[in-house]
Design a protein around this ligand. Structure first.
Ligand SMILES: Cc1cc2nc3c(=O)[nH]c(=O)nc-3n(C[C@H](O)[C@H](O)[C@H](O)COP(=O)(O)OP(=O)(O)OC[C@H]3O[C@@H](n4cnc5c(N)ncnc54)[C@H](O)[C@@H]3O)c2cc1C
Length: 291
């Protein structure tokens, strides 16, 4: 059924403090809206349960990318365009820049925010495997103050998070420790642009003396939440990449995911593609090739 705009209220207080005060006064009564690229899809489909919307778009306190000596802090209100155009992100966190560049079309990239992608909590969200691989921390804020939580574990189940009802994501913090790593990203969808992933992968790795000294692999669209392949990482770490290790990695990766059949793909296809991509990542890590 079509929504009647007169049933909805949208306020835009313009400062973070006022937004947080409103959220604290009536916990859960207001739905924050940033770029609106997820919220408005629900609205247009008549599936938006919230009637009172609190705009956080363009709040100065949620904007900007701060480059510090040991970390970069990305405001939750940063758009994909800002992410993919940022020099330090492109150089040191290319998986995030890559994910930003393949998130929807240009209009969507000008409007969609990283905070919205995190809190919307889709298992198919493109930027989330990169955040897992880079071991991101989230800076959450409420009228009670700020707290930092690891991004890993923030999604507690399908579309659920650890965010309290009066909290916002203020920023994403990434430690600047991956410049010596090989970075690998792939999104497998029905087509190259404007497609929701059937499987997406982000991975980093480093070799020392021809052995895998360190690696991280994360996937989207293969479980209720974006998933880090911890068992696969353990199986590979410290070893030389050869055909038997590739076989072990393929099998371990397939055993760690929990894919489903849905309109975009089958569980079997997702499982096969996961193994193929893990193998491709390890082969390229071995030869130092870039995607
Ligand atoms: C045409 C189209 C194509 C798309 N393609 C892709 C794609 O390829 N890959 C992909 O991953 N996504 C895609 N999306 C989904 C969407 O663009 C992203 O998830 C985007 O990052 C959402 O950000 P937003 O600012 O628009 O969120 P909004 O719609 O404003 O909000 C989404 C949710 O997050 C909450 N929220 C937003 N910001 C915060 C914050 N700082 N703190 C707390 N809660 C917050 C809102 O309350 C809401 O629940 C697409 C959407 C459209 C319409």
């Amino acid at each position: 059924m079509r929504s009647d705009p007169r049933d909805y209220q949208l306020v835009a207080p313009g400062t973070l403090h006022t937004v947080l005060a409103i959220m604290a006064e009536e916990p859960g009564a207001w739905l924050p809206i940033a770029g609106g690229t997820d919220v408005m899809v629900l609205y247009a489909a008549g599936k938006l349960p919230a009637r009172r919307l609190l705009s956080i778009w363009n709040l100065p306190e949620l904007r900007g990318i701060e480059v510090l000596p040991g970390e970069i802090r990305i405001g939750a209100g940063c758009t994909y365009t800002e992410l993919r155009e940022h020099e330090v992100i492109a150089r040191e966190f290319p998986l995030l820049a890559r994910a930003a560049s393949w998130t929807g079309g240009i209009a969507n990239q000008n409007r969609g925010t990283i905070g919205g992608n995190i809190v919307n909590a889709s298992p198919a969200a493109d930027s989330l495997p990169a955040l897992l691989v880079y071991e991101a921390e989230l800076i959450l804020v409420s009228i009670r103050g700020e707290r930092r939580v690891p991004y890993a574990g923030f999604h507690t189940g399908y579309k659920t998070t650890k965010l309290a009802v009066d909290e916002l994501v203020r920023a994403v913090s990434l430690r600047r420790q991956f410049s010596e790593y090989f970075h690998y990203a792939r999104k497998v969808g029905a087509r190259n642009a404007q497609a929701i992933a059937k499987v997406c992968v982000a991975a980093v790795g480093r070799l020392t003396k021809n052995c895998v000294d360190d690696l991280r692999i994360a996937l989207g669209s293969v479980a209720p939440v974006p998933l880090r392949l911890l068992n696969t990482e353990i199986a590979v770490k410290g070893k030389r990449i050869d055909s038997s290790l590739l076989m072990v990695a393929r099998k371990t990766a397939a055993s760690e995911i929990r894919p489903i059949n849905d309109i975009r793909s089958t569980a079997r296809y997702r499982s096969q593609v996961t193994s193929n991509l893990v193998e491709e990542f390890l082969r390229q890590l071995d030869t130092g090739a870039t995607v």
